[in-house]
Design a protein around this ligand. Sequence first.
Ligand SMILES: [Zn+2]
Length: 124
Amino acid sequence: MGKETMRKQEVCHNCHGVMMLHPNEKKKFTVNGKEIEVSGVDIFRCETCGEEMISAADTKKIMEILIPKSETMLNLEEAANYLRVSNQTVYNMIKSKRIKAVKAGREWRFRKADIENYLNANTN
Ligand SMILES: [Zn+2]
């Protein structure tokens, strides 16, 4: 995607192994239950455990493609604060698909509207 100079390897946050850059790959993202494939993504992949990480420059671009600018987005901490729960609780809610979230790279993003919908749907 980008022409800017970048590092060719990173350290795996999972196993501390070497992550090599694989430029111009295709990567699938799930947004609101729909799979979207983005091509031309620069991916770092761990030689040891297979963990993948998208370059910071591409993460930003992909977020801009997948998420309309007009929507208010929250990061994980903001979503947890908004719900007055811990970050771990939010992770669990993502895993069990109780709350909608978008992941690009290591970062989770939440539409404020989705969190409000979740609250409405779960209010007694
Ligand atoms: Zn690893």
